[in-house]
Each structure stands twice: as C-alpha cells, then as structure tokens.
Design a protein around this ligand. Structure first.
Ligand code: FES
Ligand SMILES: [Fe+2]
Length: 396
C-alpha cells in the first residue's frame, strides 16, 4: 500500500479513536435469514459465483518454482495447477484423457517433473502435454498432441493466482479488481510472499456466514475478549469499497505508540490489519510478518455447511522461528484458536437459528458496513432486489 494511503487511513483511525467513533454505513439493514438456508439461492450462488466465475486459488508463493503444483477439489471439477518449465502459472482439469481418472492426487508439491496417472500410467508434462502413453503399440495409434490435459484459463497478477473452472471461461483481472485496487495491490508485492502452510476448517455454517465473521470489529471486545481484543481496538475501523471488493482496516493497539512517531515512520501493518474482501469468497489479510488467505467454499447440497481453506505466507527475510514447521504450527494454532474456535463456533450457532426459521431477519448495524456492502453486492450480482438502508427508528 502506498505510504500516502497508509497515512490517510491511519489518520482516520486516529480520528475515530480520539472521538470514540466508528465508521457509519449511514443506516441499518435487515438481512433475511433465508439467504443462509435457501437451497435454490445456494444453487444459483454455486453456479454464478463458483462454477462460472474466476476463482482466486492462492498466491504466487504457493507455486514457488517450476515443478510446483497444487490440486483443488472445491469447485466441482478436479483441478491441477502448476508452475511450468518456463515459470508460467497453468491450470488443468485434473482428469486423465484416457478414461478420466484423477491424475495427481496429492494436494501440493514442489518437485514434479511430470504427472503420471495412477490407472495406466499415462504421463503429462508440467505444460499438460501427454508425453507418455503406456504400451502405445498395444493401445492404438493415438495422436498424443490432441490428448493433453484440458487447460483452464489461469492468470497471475500482483502475486495472486486466478483460475476459471470452466475451460471456456475468461479471467479479466482488470475488471475483477478495478484500477484503484490493482494499483494498491501492485505496491504490496504479494508476489514475494513465501507459502508456509495451510489449514482446513469444515464448519456447519453457510459460506456467507463464514465471510460475515470477517465483516466487523464490533464483536472484538466481546467474542474475542481474551484473544484479539488484547491486541486490537474493537469498534473502530476504516472501510473502503472497490467495486465488488472492499478493504477494512482493523486497528491494532500498537497504533497508540506509533502515532507518537513522525508520519514517515507510520506503517499500516503496525497500526492495523488490512482485510481485503475479494468477491465472492476470499479474505486476504497482509500483516507485518506475511499474509493470511481465507477461501470459503459452499458444500454443494448442504446450505448449512462450508469449507474454509486457510493459507499462511511470510515475507522474505521474515524470521519464521526455529523451523518452518514450528512456525506453521504456531500460526495455524493461533489462527484456529480465534477463527475456528471463536468466530466459526458463533457462525455455526447463527446457522442453527437460521435453520430453525424462527427469525425472519438479522440486523446489520451502522458500524458493520462491510456486511451491508457484501450482501448488497452478491444480491445485485444475482439480480435480487437490494436491501434498503433503514433509519434507526424504522427498524421494528
Ligand atoms: S485413466 Fe489414466 S492412464 Fe488410464
Ligand atoms: Fe472475529
């Protein structure tokens, strides 16, 4: 983030802290609880936001060098992503062109020279080309040049990896991010982040409830009274939208001392924790040490269930502790103790009440603008009527 933007945001936090105020969405919003349980809506979301929408699947550091690969099984089609011999990010349908077996079954690796199908050992290059057809003299005279893995659209920009699960789909990164966010991401140098490790939470809540937990700091002094609230000021944040995406800036308590320093020494990652919400299902949180990437995926056929995939990254030169393994364990335990064991426990309880159908609506406050924006955004994307902004006294 450019330094002038950092200073502007930090001054906003300072103003809120001094005045005891927070961002104000300009009104309240009633959100129907059925959006968390409606199977017809879930199916539309699945088709519009996942199967037929570009997907962020990681950061450049996930595929550090030629031979690195990741498999993805959250989007209805088995996907294999690689860094090819020329360093290019590629994505393929992870299905063998012989009889469709999944070719690569490991979640990730960094030393592949090719991919061999476990069924009859047809072998594909990092570029997806069929380079080995077992017993070709017995099998038949197949034109191997036509039997490579089906390639999927893939794009890498600002250190972020996008794929499209549909071979005929397109990825327009400029349109997905917009100029302002593209410019901001350019200055973060996310491409230098090193992948450290990851975790998966399978939670009995709708994927949007998982996203909602990242949408305000109003709950910090209560739900996180013994965790995040010790290092963050709750009830204060900066908030900006970028088309369908947005950025919250959470406020660290370290801001109190940092504000005594000259402005040219101010750092947004000391004063706060930026949380980028990238439509439709991603949270990207860069910090002083690295970044967290959270991807939430619906569980098809179960509106009240989702999977969150968490990835941890560190900036180059960051001392990761005694070993990378220890660092991953420490970071993932810390993240799980807050997000999985506090936020997502509440999200699952919200899901239970939504399932019961006894509440027609839930209420988004003036101090929860990210929730207003997010729910308005996906509703607009699905052609659903907007949720009106209500005056305080209009909320029954
Ligand atoms: S299905 Fe892959 S080699 Fe036969
Ligand atoms: Fe939380």
């Amino acid at each position: 983030m450019r330094h002038e933007v950092q200073v502007r945001l930090i001054k906003q936090l300072e103003t809120h802290l001094d005045a005891g105020t927070n961002v104000d969405a300009g009104g309240l919003m009633l959100n129907p609880t059925r959006v968390y349980v409606d199977p017809e809506l879930a199916e539309r979301e699945w088709n519009e936001f996942f199967v037929h929408h570009p997907q962020i699947v990681g950061l450049s550091g996930d595929l550090a060098a030629p031979g690195s690969f990741m498999t993805i099984d959250d989007l209805g089609v088995p996907i294999l992503t690689t860094r090819d011999n020329e360093g290019r990010f590629r994505a393929f349908v992870n299905a063998c062109r012989h009889r469709g077996a999944v070719v690569e079954n490991r979640e990730r690796g960094d030393d592949a020279t090719s991919f061999s199908c476990p069924f009859h050992n047809w072998t594909y290059s990092l570029e997806g080309t069929l380079i080995g057809l077992t017993k070709g003299d017995h099998f038949g005279d197949v034109d191997t040049s036509c039997r490579g893995l089906v390639e999927l659209p893939a794009a890498e920009r600002h250190g972020i990896l996008w794929i499209h699960p549909d071979p005929a789909g397109t990825i327009d990164v400029d349109a997905l991010l917009g100029d302002e966010l593209s410019d901001e991401f350019e200055s973060w140098n996310f491409d230098s982040l090193r992948y450290l490790g990851g975790d998966t939470y399978d939670v009995a809540c709708n994927w949007k409830l998982a996203m909602d937990t990242f949408g305000e700091t109003y709950h910090f002094p209560v739900l996180h009274s013994k965790s995040l609230n010790l290092t963050f000021h709750g009830n204060v944040q900066c908030y900006d939208t970028f088309g369908r995406n947005h950025r919250m800036l959470l406020c660290r308590r370290e801001i109190d001392d940092m504000l005594k320093l000259p402005e040219n020494e101010w750092r947004v990652t000391t004063a706060g924790l930026p949380a980028y919400w990238l439509f439709p299902n991603v949270q990207l949180l860069p910090s002083e040490f690295g970044a967290f990437l959270v991807r939430a995926y619906p569980t098809p056929g179960q509106t009240g269930r989702h999977v969150s995939r968490i990835s941890f990254y560190v900036w180059p030169g960051t001392e990761a502790g005694s070993s990378a393994e220890t660092a991953v364990r420490t970071i993932s335990e810390m993240f799980a103790s807050i997000i999985r064991d506090e936020d997502y426990v509440v999200a699952a309880s919200q899901q239970r009440s939504a399932n019961a159908g006894s509440l027609e609506h839930v209420l988004f406050g003036r101090n929860e603008p990210a929730l207003h924006h997010y729910h308005s955004t996906y509703r607009a994307a699905l052609g659903m009527p907007p949720l009106p902004l209500l005056d305080d006294h209009d909320v029954a």
